[in-house]
Design a protein around this ligand. Structure first.
Ligand code: HEC
Ligand code: HEC
Ligand code: HEC
Ligand code: HEC
Ligand code: HEC
Length: 438
């Protein structure tokens, strides 16, 4: 679609990088999660009559507009820590939430992977990314200053806005503070109103509703977002709605914020991924030198497709080990995921497993010789950012046209993405001897 290689040869070398960048770079190299809706404001017939859901939806359409307005001047009664959006300031009192948040991907949402791309973007395009990665108006203003973008506030940065906020990612205040008013879920126990800092808080059950997360984890169909093979790039909330868990009233927060923890573990975490995927392997002898593998892959623990996005890939590697000679031969690979090309125009395959469903694989195997000294080994490998690895690798082919600091960020982004790979599990099963088969 965006044929950058042909445009390369036709543009003068001076003008070329910017032409190249504008015309193709961010169109091709970023996952274009553009023009994403605030919230699913529409009605879905099944839940229409539920008063609480309607109340949550009303709350969320105000809480998550497309563009968060500036918070404005803090009330005169506020201490400097009440007025601060710095997560560290919240952390002085909310120690547990701060410590947990620091280890979460929400606090790393302004990593090298987005930073190198922002350097090549216009303010308008960049702000579309920041809507999910650093959504406060104050963060966008700071990022604009960093990048010399044209629209920056005329006045100096107020002292309640810490300059570090630009790179702090999805901060506490982005979810909890609007116009210096604090919001949260209904309190677990009643606090003494008199020694309440930050003028108390307004409670809303919308914090416990999956729609709260849909703001950034679901593309809004009404806004005509980009699709691949007719499918939305982000469709987690819709997948959840179809899941057995949704029917039992289990929301995103139950699994991703158990006990209200601020960890948001997902596919980057081996324990979390093990909760999702159950792997059963059976080895059947079908002849003197033939074997049949029967594999059942069950999405028992994710309340959406396993995995939900096109980004991660989970690879099953099947190998045959001769227990006498210790020789190992890999004979089959199977990838679970939604594989899309880097230009985001073509689906290569989609083997994601919907919530609660099981996929069965039958894999015939020839041992080449008889005998019973064989083991089948299955290793399950997870690449949580596989799509980005491919994208960044392709971008590196154009290293010569990138500014030096952009290039080093891109190299770091690729390294960071590769470093997230891990082994999920390893199974070993003997091949049964031929005479007891059948
Ligand atoms: C609708 C919300 C949304 C928008 C808009 C958005 N992203 Fe993301 N982004 C996410 C989510 C959710 C993830 C994590 C899941 C994943 O890996 O796909 C993510 C992950 C990423 C990652 C991988 C993680 C990392 O830190 O390396 C990169 C890079 C990235 N986004 C870049 C961008 C860029 C560039 C834009 C603008 C073109 C953008 N995003 C716009 C929601 C969004
Ligand atoms: C992505 C949005 C998001 C971010 C970022 C976030 N929170 Fe929360 N927070 C929530 C949600 C949602 C709940 C309610 C969870 C539930 O009830 O299951 C919550 C609950 C809370 C509670 C109530 C906890 C309890 O046990 O009653 C506090 C306090 C809190 N958050 C503080 C913070 C602080 C401090 C930070 C930053 C270090 C932060 N939050 C970052 C979404 C967020
Ligand atoms: C000086 C201490 C202090 C600071 C600083 C502070 N808080 Fe609080 N916050 C409290 C106390 C005390 C409560 C009420 C008891 C509780 O829920 O922990 C509270 C309540 C909350 C609640 C409601 C919890 C619920 O039950 O729903 C949220 C959300 C919250 N704070 C978020 C924040 C965020 C975000 C920041 C930083 C921008 C922050 N707080 C800074 C002390 C503080
Ligand atoms: C029943 C528990 C459960 C529910 C409900 C649930 N998740 Fe998950 N989620 C998981 C598990 C387990 C994983 C790890 C395996 C995986 O990636 O599918 C995961 C992974 C993820 C990931 C990692 C990225 C990826 O491609 O898989 C994101 C993002 C995510 N969930 C967001 C959400 C959102 C948003 C909701 C609500 C609309 C939600 N989840 C509901 C259990 C749950
Ligand atoms: C303002 C936008 C925003 C909101 C609201 C939001 N997220 Fe996220 N979330 C992101 C972005 C951006 C990332 C990716 C960060 C990165 O890796 O760079 C992410 C990452 C995650 C991950 C990590 C996935 C992985 O690959 O392991 C999980 C899980 C997750 N979010 C769950 C939730 C849940 C549950 C909620 C609702 C309580 C929620 N998010 C609300 C923007 C958001």
């Amino acid at each position: 679609m965006h044929d950058h290689l042909s445009s390369r040869s036709t543009v003068s070398s001076f003008f070329y990088p910017w032409h190249f960048i504008r015309k193709s770079y961010y169109l091709m190299l970023c996952l274009v999660w553009l023009s994403i809706a605030a919230i699913l404001t529409g009605c879905d017939g099944t839940t229409e009559n539920n008063a609480e859901q309607r109340t949550n939806r009303d709350f969320l359409s105000k809480h998550w507009p497309d563009i968060l307005p500036p918070q404005g001047k803090p009330p005169a009664s506020f201490t400097s820590s009440d007025a601060s959006f710095d997560p560290q300031a919240c952390g002085v009192c909310h120690v547990a939430q701060y410590k947990q948040w620091q280890t979460s991907l929400h606090s790393h949402s302004m990593g090298a992977g987005i930073q190198w791309q922002l350097q090549l973007m216009s303010q308008q395009a960049g702000n579309k990314c920041l809507r999910c990665h650093a959504p406060l108006a104050e963060q966008k203003a700071l990022v604009a200053l960093q990048h010399n973008w044209p629209n920056v506030p005329a006045s100096a940065i107020p002292d309640w806005v810490s300059p570090d906020l630009a790179d702090a990612g999805l901060v506490c205040a982005a979810c909890h503070v609007r116009r210096h008013q604090y919001f949260g879920p209904p309190a677990k126990q009643t606090a003494n109103a008199e020694d309440f800092p930050h003028a108390g808080f307004t409670a809303s059950r919308a914090f416990q509703d999956s729609r709260f997360c849909a703001t950034c984890h679901q593309h809004d169909e009404k806004k005509n977002p980009p699709r691949v093979n007719g499918k939305l790039q982000e469709d987690t909330w819709n997948q959840w709605q179809q899941s057995p868990q949704a029917k039992q009233g289990i929301h995103c927060q139950h699994c991703h914020m158990p006990e209200r923890q601020h960890l948001w573990r997902g596919i980057h975490d081996a324990d979390m991924t093990r909760q999702a995927l159950d792997v059963q392997l059976q080895v059947k002898r079908t002849g003197v030198a033939t074997v049949q593998l029967e594999v059942a892959l069950h999405n028992r623990g994710a309340g959406h497709h396993f995995p939900t996005y096109m980004v991660p890939k989970v690879t099953l590697v099947f190998a045959l080990r001769n227990t006498e000679s210790a020789k190992v031969r890999v004979f089959h690979r199977y990838v679970i995921g939604w594989q899309v090309n880097v230009a985001l125009t073509e689906e290569q395959f989609d083997s994601r497993i919907p919530a609660g469903e099981t996929r069965h694989l039958q894999i015939p195997l020839n041992l080449h010789e008889g005998g019973s000294h064989w083991d089948i080994e299955l290793q399950v490998e997870v690449a949580p950012r596989e799509h980005y690895e491919r994208t960044f690798q392709q971008s590196l082919q154009h290293a010569d046209v990138l500014p030096a600091d952009t290039l080093s960020l891109l190299q770091k982004a690729l390294k960071d993405a590769q470093a997230t790979r891990y082994r999920l599990l390893q199974l070993r099963k003997p091949v049964p001897p031929w005479h007891i088969a059948n």
